[in-house]
Design a protein around this ligand. Structure first.
Ligand code: MGD
Ligand code: MGD
Ligand code: MO
Length: 652
C-alpha cells in the first residue's frame, strides 16, 4: 500500500485535510487550528464514494419514450436509463430550446434554492445562472427558507436586514457588558457548526463559556434545553412553541404597568409607541396583554413573566431570537415584537444591550472576525425579471397565472414548463411535501445536477451526475471570516461525474455561447483569475496577499486584519439624525404606515399576537396534542451527508 497523500479541503462546516490511499478517500482530519471542529467532516468519508453516487447521466424511461410532458404521476416512480454525456447534453439542450421557443424563458423555473457546497468557483447555482443569463434568463426565486420573514419585516422596522445581520453586536462586547442575555430559541451550538461557504475557526462555544465566566446570565426560552449548552448554565423557560409574541407582549405590559419602559428613548428613537401601547393595555379590544393573559397562551406562570420583565429592566440586557421564530406562521410578529421590546428597554445602541438575531444560528453571528467578501464568481446580468418568493414553488406550479400579495407588491405566477435544479433539494427543504409531490408532476421536463440519488434526483427526468468538492479544485472563502483555503482535488470524479462548470459549459456549447460562458478559462485558470482579482482589490486597501502559488501550496491564508468589536446601532444612538435608519421616519417603526397601507389581514401595522394555524393552544390540539419541532439537524447540514458516518451513527 502506498502512503496516504493529503489534500486540504473546505466545507460549510469547516476545513479539513483529506487523506487518500490508492485513489480512495480514507480520512478527513480537522485542521489543527480549529478550536471546536465539527464532527460532520470526518463522516463525509463514507459518503463521497458510496453506492448512492450517480455515476452516469440518467434519463427517466417514460420521458425518453413518450417525450416531454408525459409525467402523469410517473416522476419518482419510473425507472431511469443511462445515456452518454453527448446524448444527455443534446436531449437537455434540445428541450430547453423547445420550451424557450414555444413558451418563452418565463416558462423555465431555475430558482434552484439550496446550499450546494463550499467553494467560490464551483458554486452550483452561479454556474446555472451564468448559463441561463446567456440564453435569455429564467424565472428566479428571492429570499430564503432561512430568513424570508426577517428579511421582509426587519427593513420596515429598522431599515435593513443586511445592516442588522452584518453588524450584530460582537460576543466580545456581550462578554464585557451584558448582564442578562434573554435568548428566544437559545444559542444552539449544533447550528454554529455551520456557515455558508465555510468556517475558518469555530469559536461560538468558547464565547459562550467566556460570557458565563464573566457573569453574563442566560435565559433560554424555547422547547429544547440544550439550545443553550450546559456550560453556560442557562435558566430555562418553556413556552408553547409559536407563542413567543404573546410572551413578549406580557413582558411589555409589565414594563408599562410598572413604569419600567424608557419613554425618552421611545420619543427620540422610535415612532408609533403611542399607537401600540393602547393595544398592549387592551384599551381598544378590551383584552389587556398582561402577564396573566400571556401565561395562559404560553403555558407559563404569570409571576415568571413579571419577574423576567423586571430583571430585563434592572441591568444591561441583550434580547435575541433564533431564526426559527420567524420561520413559523405569522413569523414577522416575534421579530417585530422583539425589536419593540428592546426599544422599550431603551438600550439599543449601548454596548451589550438592545437586540440581535440568530446568535448560534450560524458560526459568524456575533463573531469578532471581520467580514470579508473574498474571491467570487459573478453570474452576469439576467435579461428576464421574473421571480417568486422562494417558498412559493408548489403554489406556483399548481396555480399558473394566479396573482399573490408579496410585501406590498403583486406577483403573478408564470406557467412553468421546465424546472432546472442544481445544488439544493426541495424534497428536503419545502413545507408540505405531499403537496410538492403533486405539484412536481406538472412541468413537462425537470433537469437536475446532483452527486447523489437524493429524493430530488429521483423525481427528475434528466439527471446529470455532479462531482463533489473533493473531486475538483476550488478556493474556500466564507464572507464571515478572514481565512481562505485551498480546496485541492483529492480524488478522481466518481464514475463519469462532471463539475457543474463542465455541465453548463457543455450546454453552453450546444447553444453556441461557450466562449461567453467560460471566457476561455479552465478550472485552474479560473482559480488564478479569481484569486488575483481579489489580491488586487485587497492591495488597493493596503492588504498584501501572497501570490497564488504560495497560497495554493500553503493550503491556507489568514488575511492580516484585526478583530472587530461591534455594537449594533451605536451610530444611530449617538446621532439619530446623522445616522438615521433607512425607514420612512428614519427611526425604529413600532407602528409602520407602510405596512398599514398594505391593508393585510395577517400583518397589522404594529406587532400583534395572532393565533397560529397550528399550535398547542388550539382546539385541534385537544385531538392532536403533539407539537413536532423540526429544527436543524445536529449531525448533518440539511439533507447533506445523511449518508455520512456521523449522521448514520446517530440513527435510532
Ligand atoms: N422541516 C424543516 N424543513 C426545513 C428547515 C427546518 O428547519 N425544518 N430549514 C429550512 C432551511 S433554513 C433551509 S436553508 C433549507 C435547506 O435546504 P437545501 O439547501 O435545499 O438542503 P441541502 O440538503 O443542503 O441541499 C443541497 C443539495 O445540493 C447537493 N450538492 C452539494 N454540492 C453540490 C454541487 O457542487 N453541485 C450540485 N449540483 N449539487 C450539490 C447536495 O447533495 C444536496 O442534495 O431547508 C429548509 N427546510
Ligand atoms: N448542524 C446544522 N447546523 C445548521 C443547519 C443544519 O442543517 N445543520 N442549517 C443552517 C441553516 S440553513 C440555518 S437557516 C440555521 C437555522 O437556525 P435556526 O432557525 O435558529 O435553527 P433551528 O434549529 O431551526 O431552531 C433553533 C431552535 O429554536 C427552537 N424553537 C423552535 N420553535 C420555537 C418557537 O416557536 N419558539 C422558541 N422560543 N424556540 C423555538 C428549537 O428548539 C430549535 O432548536 O441553522 C444553520 N445551522
Ligand atoms: Mo437556512
Amino acid at each position: 500500500m502506498s502512503p496516504p497523500a493529503t489534500f486540504r479541503t473546505a466545507t460549510h462546516w469547516g476545513a479539513y485535510d483529506a487523506a487518500v490511499v490508492d485513489g480512495k478517500l480514507t480520512t478527513l482530519t480537522p485542521i489543527a487550528d480549529d478550536p471546536e471542529p465539527s464532527p460532520i467532516g470526518p463522516g463525509m468519508v463514507q459518503a463521497i464514494q458510496d453506492d448512492l453516487r450517480i455515476r452516469q447521466p440518467m434519463v427517466r424511461a417514460g420521458w425518453l419514450e413518450d417525450g416531454p410532458g408525459h409525467a402523469k404521476g410517473k416522476r419518482g416512480v419510473d425507472p431511469f436509463v443511462s445515456v452518454s454525456w453527448e446524448r444527455a447534453l443534446e436531449l437537455a439542450a434540445q428541450d430547453i430550446a423547445r420550451v424557450r421557443e414555444a413558451h418563452g424563458n418565463e416558462a423555465i423555473y431555475a430558482g434552484s434554492y439550496g446550499w450546494a457546497s463550499a467553494g467560490c468557483f464551483h458554486h452550483a447555482q452561479t454556474h446555472m445562472r451564468r448559463f441561463f443569463n446567456l440564453i435569455g434568463g429564467n424565472v428566479k426565486s428571492v429570499q430564503s427558507y432561512s430568513l424570508a420573514a426577517a428579511d421582509t419585516i426587519v427593513p420596515h422596522v429598522v431599515g435593513s436586514w443586511s445592516a442588522v445581520y452584518q453588524n450584530m453586536t460582537s460576543w466580545s462586547v456581550i462578554a464585557e457588558h451584558t448582564d442578562l442575555m434573554v435568548a428566544f430559541g437559545g444559542v444552539p451550538l449544533k447550528n454554529a457548526q455551520i456557515d455558508g461557504g465555510g468556517v475558518g475557526r469555530h469559536r461560538t462555544s468558547g464565547w459562550l463559556k467566556t460570557c458565563h465566566d464573566n457573569g453574563v446570565a442566560f435565559v433560554n426560552i424555547g422547547p429544547v434545553r440544550e439550545d443553550i449548552a450546559a456550560l453556560a448554565n442557562a435558566e430555562w423557560m418553556t413556552p408553547r412553541p409559536n407563542t413567543d409574541t404573546a410572551l413578549m407582549l406580557g413582558l411589555a405590559y409589565t414594563l408599562i404597568a410598572e413604569g419600567l419602559h424608557d419613554d425618552a428613548f421611545l420619543a427620540r428613537y422610535a415612532v408609533g409607541f403611542e399607537r401600540f401601547e393602547p393595544y398592549v393595555m387592551g384599551e381598544r379590544d378590551g383584552v389587556a396583554k398582561d402577564a396573566t393573559w400571556a401565561a395562559q397562551i404560553c403555558g407559563l406562570e404569570a409571576d415568571e413573566i413579571r419577574a423576567l420583565a423586571r430583571r430585563m429592566a434592572a441591568g444591561r440586557t441583550m434580547l435575541t431570537a433564533a431564526w426559527s421564530l420567524q420561520r413559523g406562521d405569522h413569523g414577522e410578529q416575534p421579530y417585530w415584537m422583539l425589536m419593540t421590546l428592546a426599544a422599550m428597554l431603551g438600550q439599543i445602541g449601548l454596548p451589550g444591550g438592545g437586540f440581535g438575531f440568530g446568535y448560534g444560528a450560524v458560526s459568524n453571528v456575533g463573531s469578532v472576525e471581520p467580514k470579508i467578501a473574498g474571491p467570487h464568481l459573478t453570474a452576469g446580468h439576467s435579461p428576464l425579471d421574473r421571480f417568486i418568493p422562494v417558498a412559493r414553488i408548489a403554489d406556483m406550479l399548481l396555480n399558473p397565472g394566479a396573482t399573490i400579495d408579496y410585501n406590498g407588491q403583486k406577483v403573478t405566477f408564470p406557467d412553468t414548463r421546465m424546472i432546472y435544479w442544481c445544488g439544493g433539494n426541495p424534497f428536503h427543504h419545502h413545507q408540505d411535501l405531499n403537496r410538492l409531490v403533486k405539484a412536481w408532476q406538472k412541468p413537462e421536463t425537470i433537469i437536475v445536477n446532483e452527486p447523489w440519488w437524493t429524493s430530488l434526483a429521483r423525481h427528475a427526468d434528466i439527471v446529470f451526475p455532479a462531482t463533489t468538492s473533493l473531486e475538483r479544485n476550488d478556493i474556500g472563502s466564507a464572507y464571515s471570516d478572514r481565512f481562505l483555503f485551498a480546496m485541492q482535488r483529492a480524488v478522481d470524479p466518481v464514475g463519469d461525474a462532471r463539475s457543474d462548470f463542465d455541465i453548463f459549459g457543455g450546454l453552453a456549447e450546444q447553444f453556441g455561447v461557450r466562449e461567453a460562458y467560460d471566457e476561455g478559462r479552465d478550472e485552474m485558470a479560473w482559480l488564478r483569475y479569481l484569486y488575483n482579482r481579489f489580491r488586487q482589490s485587497s492591495a488597493e486597501e493596503d492588504l498584501e496577499l501572497p501570490e497564488f502559488e504560495t497560497f495554493w501550496d500553503d493550503g491556507e491564508l489568514e488575511m492580516p486584519v484585526d478583530d472587530v468589536a461591534i455594537t449594533l446601532f451605536e451610530d444611530f444612538r449617538r446621532d439619530p439624525d446623522a445616522a438615521a435608519l433607512k425607514t420612512p421616519s428614519g427611526k425604529i417603526e413600532i407602528f409602520s404606515e407602510t405596512i398599514a397601507s398594505f391593508d393585510y389581514d395577517d400583518c397589522p401595522p404594529h406587532p400583534t399576537w395572532m393565533e397560529p394555524v397550528e399550535w398547542l393552544g388550539s382546539d385541534t390540539a385537544k385531538e392532536f396534542p403533539l407539537h413536532l419541532v423540526s429544527n436543524q439537524p445536529r449531525t448533518r447540514l440539511h439533507s447533506q451527508y445523511d449518508n455520512g458516518g456521523y449522521a448514520q451513527a446517530s440513527k435510532v
